[in-house]
Design a protein around this ligand. Structure first.
Ligand code: PEP
Ligand code: MG
Length: 849
């Protein structure tokens, strides 16, 4: 090591190579450098690195040496172009453009025509013989520079140079700067500063872009699309970004600059028209597009300018695309041998697949968003507002599209949810009842919508300032959390061959199995259709609701002794049995994990004020708990009232036998006990399970296991494994018990503040908290397998359908993930991507953008 300070280099010409790649040069900079090196026609210029931006943000000023370096690169640019910067006769003009490593379209600033002043504008008019053009260039500089560098607010309509300069003078107290080098210096600073604007910060938070990576700045020789009829500017794609169809898609404008296309001031023309008007440039564009797509091996989004017939490319990046386009392009490029199947799998964003499984708002529809809530379950729905579950059930059953709108839903609302097109709640988060149930059913849900007020008695509601009555139409978009007053056109789901093809490839790659959380036959069938390889969680509590069942369940809870309870349970058994039979048949040949009763019993009783009589009131009081999620629930119920679990196991055994007799095949039964913390709990419950199974179906093979949803269970997994055939990580509860955060009291409340304020990066109820909860899972896996090396391991919390959490489950070596039926395709893809990431760092990651 030498003792001399490292010499930091901040500026690279486009034809120089830099070791730092995209992180150092930004997306635009690396694209320009690579295009230059490929021999694609690109204007000359240089990139000021993200290192310089970070130094600027750290030190609050331009880092030492940067200005000298910029001056040297300007000299080289002068030599390349044969023009001088600041010259008044034939000036070199440059654009100063932002370009971060991660694309942030439109979030940061760009200034064109830097280098013009009162004298140079006359020179430009003379050398081009076009005074209007020169004036137009100067006008753009004054506007963009004034707005970006000095925050001047111009009248939109003003297009003449003199009044613009006057406005600049009035608002800043000085004349428009005439020194080209000063313009350049302040433009560079303004681009660095634009990294910190509120809109850029919001964008970064939305798309999980780190705050500290900074932007590069590209200083590029100006080329002019506004020099007359043989000049133009445009944007094009190598394939259709909405459908993925190969071909040429794009728009252009004759005699214009890029901002005119983007800002919508003038209406662009379809790019095919260019074939007639500018044939040579058009042919060259086609050839260049093919080359770029081949080089980057991905669909490109290209910006270009034609200056007096000569083509220049200003930018290329991998194109943002819909899920349908992503799948089609991936399948086609594989057929074209441009990419491998593994690359095709790696290219698709699993979360985007949701777009294809649900109806969506018509992208062409125009509407006003009245309020926003959490995007709790994807898809869009339009319907009449209904304020209670009974009415929703009634009107929905009669064929009317209805949206159930509630403060929040409870299991008691299930019949209304089933008959609704979607659900909107004022309260509750991503794991609220409405959210979980809606996701399971594949219905749209917007939860925790703060702009919603409901007056159930008056049958009215207010949404973001609009007064509505029950029966009025609204539209919800559960993929984005938007709520719209009135009906909006929808487009149907689009599962197609490309979808099936890519998922079949993913199935060949993944190691994790994918199961579904489903508790009725139709959800099970749906899950199977989406490729589920079994049920990982059948929650049985939902089977105790409904007109015929709930009163019997309540009788059981109200009974004063075991005899009374057994009497009610005997009447519940046939209901359970028939539900299990239907699920076993729907999942024939695949394993079904049935979880015994979990929630606290008060959930089956009405609120105290609605109790039928004194006996019920006193029972409700007796069951009241300060913290029901940590009270008498899960296996604690089964230990205290073994007859409840006994009935459930009996129903499972009888259903399995009946199905076997009917179909000839025995269902693959897995019985799961919830909320176990002590070995002794599971030992007792296993004994009970084995006894009943031996009585009812002695021949039937089955597994008996537990959820791991308490920290103690994970820590004592070695002991618990002695009496378990499998573990399923219940990460909903494991998250709340590890973090000490009640899910119902965190989301939409302090957790929202934590997320906004950066205390935590992600909602741990959505994205698994690897460091905390994940560590406990790691311990659970290791200790469990130390006792039983072949212990079957899965996850059935909501995280089982979240792509990064699926990746973590793969790394942990789980056997399967289980998630809502509609997330099964996403999990299949994410599980395959986890293998690819692990296996090869060489797998292509989208480039060019
Ligand atoms: C869990 O806790 O992760 C789980 C799946 O169970 P539930 O959400 O029903 O409590
Ligand atoms: Mg749980």
């Amino acid at each position: 090591m030498t003792r001399s300070a490292r010499v930091v280099r901040y500026v690279y010409d486009f034809d120089e190579t830099a070791a730092g790649g995209r992180e150092l040069l930004g997306g635009k900079g690396i694209g320009l450098a690579e295009m230059t090196q490929l021999g694609v026609p690109v204007p000359a210029g240089f990139t000021i690195t993200t290192d310089a931006c970070r130094a600027y943000l750290r030190e609050g000023g331009l880092p030492a040496g940067l200005e000298d370096e910029v001056a040297r690169h300007i000299e080289r640019l002068e030599a390349t172009t044969g023009k001088r910067f600041g010259d008044s006769a034939d000036p070199l003009l440059v654009s100063v453009r932002s370009g971060a490593a991660v694309s942030m379209p439109g979030m940061m600033d760009t200034i064109l025509n830097v280098g013009l002043n009162d004298l140079a504008v006359a020179g430009l008019a003379r050398t081009t013989g076009n005074d209007a053009f020169a004036q137009d260039c100067y006008r753009r500089l004054i506007q963009m520079y004034g707005e970006t560098v000095d925050r001047v607010e111009f009248e939109r309509a003003e297009t003449d140079v003199e009044p613009l300069k006057e406005t600049y003078r009035r608002q800043t107290g000085s004349d428009f700067p005439q020194d080209a080098r000063e313009q350049l210096r302040r433009a560079i600073i303004a681009v660095f500063e634009s990294w910190q604007t509120p809109r850029a910060q919001v964008y970064r938070r939305t798309y999980d872009i780190p705050d500290d990576i900074g932007t590069a700045v590209n200083v590029v020789q100006m080329v002019f699309g506004n020099k007359g009829d043989r000049s133009a500017t445009g944007v094009c794609f190598t394939r259709d970004p909405s459908t993925g169809e190969p071909g040429l898609y794009g728009e252009y404008l004759v005699n214009a600059q890029g901002e005119d296309v983007v800002s919508g001031v003038r209406t662009p023309q379809p790019i095919e028209e260019m074939r007639e008007r500018l044939p040579e440039a058009f042919e060259q564009l086609l050839e260049t597009m093919a080359r770029l797509e081949h080089h980057y091996r991905d669909m490109q989004d290209i910006e270009f300018t034609v200056e007096e017939g000569k083509l220049y490319l200003l930018q290329t990046r991998s194109a943002k695309r819909t899920a349908a386009a992503a799948l089609k392009a991936a399948v086609d490029m594989t057929a074209e041998e441009l990419i491998s199947r593994e690359e095709a799998i790696a290219r698709i964003d699993p979360s985007q697949l949701d777009q294809l499984l649900h109806p969506r708002l018509d992208p062409k529809a125009e509407f006003e968003v009245a309020a926003r809530g959490l995007n709790a379950s994807p898809g869009a729905a339009s319907g009449a507002v209904v304020l209670d579950a009974d009415t929703a059930a009634e009107r929905g059953k009669a064929g009317e599209p209805v949206i159930l709108v509630r403060w929040e839903t409870t299991p008691d609302d299930i019949h209304g949810l089933i008959q609704s097109k979607g659900v909107l709640t004022a309260h509750g988060g991503m794991t609220s009842h409405a959210a979980v149930v809606a996701r399971g059913m594949g219905k749209p849900c917007v939860a925790g919508c703060e702009g919603l007020e409901i007056d159930v008695d008056a049958r009215t509601l207010r949404i973001g300032g609009h007064d509505l009555r029950e029966g009025d139409r609204i539209t919800i978009d559960g993929g984005t959390g938007r709520v719209i007053v009135g009906a909006v056109a929808l487009v149907a789901p689009q599962i197609n061959e490309d979808f099936e093809t890519v998922l079949a490839w993913a199935d060949n790659v993944r190691r994790l199995k994918v199961r579904a959380n489903a508790d009725n036959a139709s959800d099970s069938a749906k899950a199977r259709e989406f490729g589920a390889e079994g049920i990982g969680l059948c929650r049985t509590e939902h089977m105790f609701f409904g007109d015929e069942r709930l009163p019997v369940m309540q009788e059981m809870i109200l009974a004063s002794d075991e005899r009374g309870r057994r009497d009610a349970l005997e009447r519940l058994l046939p209901f359970q049995q028939s539900d299990f039979e239907a699920i076993f048949e729907a999942m024939a040949g695949l394993p079904v994990t049935i979880r015994l009763l979990d929630p606290p019993l008060h959930e089956f009783l009405p609120p105290l004020a609605e109790a039928a009589d004194e006996r019920m009131r006193s029972r409700i009081r007796g069951l009241t708990e300060a913290n029901p999620m940590l009270g008498t629930r899960g296996c604690r119920l089964g230990i205290q009232w073994p007859e409840v679990y006994e009935m459930q196991v009996r129903a499972i055994a009888r259903a399995a036998k009946a199905v076997q007799e009917r179909t000839g095949d025995a269902p693959l039964v897995e019985i799961m006990h919830p909320l176990v913390g002590f070995r002794e709990e599971l030992r007792r419950l296993r004994e009970l399970t084995d006894e009943v199974m031996a009585q009812e179906a002695p021949e039937l093979e089955y597994l008996c296991g537990t959820m791991i949803e308490l920290p103690r269970a994970a820590l004592r997994a070695d002991e618990i494994a002695e009496v378990a055939d499998f573990f399923s990580f219940g990460t909903n509860d494991l998250t709340q018990t590890t973090l000490g955060m009640s899910r119902d009291d965190a989301e939409g409340k302090f957790l929202t503040f934590y997320l906004e304020d950066g205390v935590v990066d992600r909602n741990p109820f959505e994205v698994l908290d690897r460091d905390g909860v994940g560590d406990l899972m790691h311990i659970g896996v290791e200790r469990g397998r130390s006792t039983k090396p072949d212990l079957k391991l899965g996850i059935c919390g909501e995280h089982g359908g979240e792509p990064t959490s699926v990746e973590f489950c793969h790394e942990l070596g789980l056997d399967y993930v289980s998630c809502s039926p509609y997330r099964v395709p996403l999990a299949r893809l994410a599980a395959a991507q986890a293998v690819l990431k692990e296996g090869s760092r060489a797998v292509y990651v989208a480039a060019g953008g």
